[in-house]
Design a protein around this ligand. Structure first.
Ligand code: C2O
Length: 596
């Protein structure tokens, strides 16, 4: 989150409060009630020049007097709504442009969908939900031969369609490239990229994407009950690439994958680009603790779980939620082929959708959303911010017609008529463990050789370039023991701010809290490992900073501090340890804030 002073000094961006464009859909979407705005003002005059009277909505905050360091420490929301802010919306697809700056190897001219002669229609859920069949997405590793045969048929039919058919596999794969590699600008902000990663749009965008992908497959095989499989990487039985995707003769196979990671190789949910030297049992144990950390320790509230707000006019990449960082990022990188120029297919966002495995990976990410809500139904709720609920995307459905769908349309899986096969979630009891002296003395040989016996240099001042492990002592805003209720109401959050990375570089760095002299002895399931930042390579054409993205990592600390016995301390020692993309990530600041 930018500080108040940053917000007030940001240069004005062009924005539009204009009426719906002729191609926009009808009244059920626009105009929606606007809070605090006096009316729709166009910032583009008839000459096409920006209107001189424009103002930057980002300069206007709600509750000005309450934002600032001391207020944050007192528990004021870190994400105040800006007056007059709007949800991000995909403009008409005719505005889709080339995804330039793709890797030279990309050989892609456009990621844009085929044009539509008709205006988009608003998404409508099945009118009589109870009469439309429920689709149950199965765990890929346990699906039977009949299901696998049917799924193969559906993907083969999709691959057989010509690329200018929006239902074709090629067009479906391009959807991801278009929304992740700068083919669109948010409606009204031609100077900015529309980006569905690294913010609160991550979960809902991918849910919409899979929804239409699944409906198209079902219609191609004439089976409205057809459901895509999910890759159950969060449970031991699913921690390998599902066999159906590894069959070379199958349309589910993709040549551009890491050849070392075919079954029966266990996945490393904390993958650094290096092969870990764990036994299978250790790997499973680490994976489960990593899942616990991301889904439970780091996700105590909706605002932490979903990631940072991203509204119309914001720079993209405001900050990913925990699940988007891990395991989402490492699974992408683990699948992609390191021999390809840009980690294709899964290891780069522009090409990820070309691997059929992508959709199974994301089905499990989507499942995590519903599992997380079930962990604590009273507190684990969807966000209620209208700029999230009304954010909208464009997709082709199975007809194919162009549909505009909002986040609020996809919160209820029952309404969308799908659900997930019920499978065990053993990570729920795999709370990370404090690294004992014994483990410290015996286990560091298991860890990445570069990390072994690594002390960390003390950061003299920020920003720092993360070329080696770097340590900083951070003051805490509270240093007394608080009740569980207090801690849940006001979460202590480690904020790694001003993270700058080249967007086309794979980056991972780990963040340790009170790891002592030797963070290298702490494994992926160790409590001292507070969390990680992961960048899956991608490109944007519009970004004013060129190839860099700037983003923020937020790590809830409540459980870590409890387990480390550090709740009474005035400060903690934070170690930032680069794993992938060493020397290619800059850190602006490290602080602890209290967040509602
Ligand atoms: Cu849109 Cu897994 O990325």
């Amino acid at each position: 989150m930018a500080s108040l002073s940053q917000l007030l000094t940001r240069p004005a961006a062009t924005f539009s409060l204009s009426s719906p464009s002729p191609s926009s859909p009808g009244a059920s979407f626009w105009p929606r009630p606007r809070r605090g705005a006096v009316g729709r003002v166009s910032c583009t005059s008839s000459t096409g020049e920006p209107d001189a009277s424009r103002f930057d909505r980002r300069d206007v905050l709600l509750g000005l007097g309450t934002v600032g360091a001391s207020a944050t420490a007192a528990g004021i929301p870190l994400f105040p709504r800006r007056a007059g802010a709007d949800p991000v919306a995909t403009p008409d697809i005719s505005s889709c442009g080339p995804p330039d700056q793709l890797p030279p190897s990309a050989n892609v001219l456009t990621c844009c969908p085929p044009p539509s002669s008709a205006s988009p229609v608003d998404f409508a859920p099945p009118a009589d939900a109870s009469s439309s069949p429920l689709r149950t997405r199965p765990a890929a590793h346990s699906a039977g031969a009949d299901y696998v045969a049917k799924f193969n048929r559906a993907i083969a039919a999709m691959k057989a369609l010509p690329p200018d058919d929006p239902r074709s596999f090629a067009a479906q794969a391009s959807v991801h490239c278009a929304y992740c590699d700068g083919s669109y600008s948010p409606d009204g902000f031609p100077g900015l990229d529309l980006q569905v990663h690294n913010s609160w749009l991550f979960m809902p965008f991918h849910r919409c994407y899979l929804y239409f992908f699944e409906r198209i497959l079902g219609s191609l095989i004439g089976d409205p009950t057809f459901a895509i499989p999910f890759w159950n990487w969060d449970a031991p039985d699913g921690m390998r690439m599902p066999a159906m995707y590894a069959e070379e003769s199958s349309p589910l196979f993709d040549r551009r994958r890491n050849g070392r990671h075919v079954p029966p190789k266990l996945i490393d949910l904390d993958y650094n680009g290096r092969e870990p030297r764990f036994t299978d049992n250790q790997q499973v144990d680490h994976n489960l603790r990593v899942m616990y950390r991301q889904m439970i320790s780091l996700s105590p509230t909706p605002s932490l779980f979903f990631g940072s707000p991203y509204r119309a006019g914001d720079d993209p990449n405001q900050g990913p939620g925990p699940v988007e960082n891990i395991p989402h990022g490492p699974v992408h990188i683990w699948c992609g082929d390191p021999e390809q120029p840009a980690g294709e297919d899964m290891g780069n966002f522009y090409s990820a959708g070309r691997d059929p495995l992508f959709y199974a990976h994301h089905a499990n990410i989507d499942r995590m959303w519903s599992v997380w809500k079930g962990l604590d139904p009273r507190r684990h709720t969807d966000l209620t911010d209208p700029d999230w609920l009304d954010a909208s995307f464009l997709f082709y459905d199975e007809d194919p017609k162009l549909v505009r769908i909002r986040v609020r349309d996809v919160l209820d899986m029952d309404m969308l008529r799908y659900r997930y096969q019920d499978v065990p979630t053993p990570w729920r009891s795999a709370r990370p463990v404090v690294t004992t002296q014994w483990v410290r003395s015996t286990s560091s040989s298991l860890l990445a050789p570069t990390a072994r016996a690594a002390g960390a240099k003390e950061a003299a001042r920020f920003p720092v370039m993360l070329d080696s492990p770097t340590r900083v002592t951070v003051k805490r805003p509270v240093s007394e023991r608080r009740s569980r209720a207090e801690k849940l109401a006001k979460v202590e959050v480690l904020v790694i701010d001003g993270i700058q990375v080249d967007m086309d570089v794979a980056v991972k760095f780990d963040v340790f809290v009170n790891a002592g002299e030797d963070h290298a002895a702490v494994g992926p399931g160790g409590r001292e490992l507070a969390g990680s930042f992961v960048n899956v390579p991608h490109r944007h054409k519009h970004d004013k900073r060129g190839r860099a993205i700037k983003t923020t990592l937020r790590l809830a600390l409540n459980e870590q501090l409890e387990d480390l016995g550090a709740e009474g301390d005035d400060s903690v020692v934070v170690s930032l340890v680069p794993r992938q993309g060493k020397g290619k990530v800059k850190i602006g600041s490290v602080k602890i804030e209290i967040m509602d």
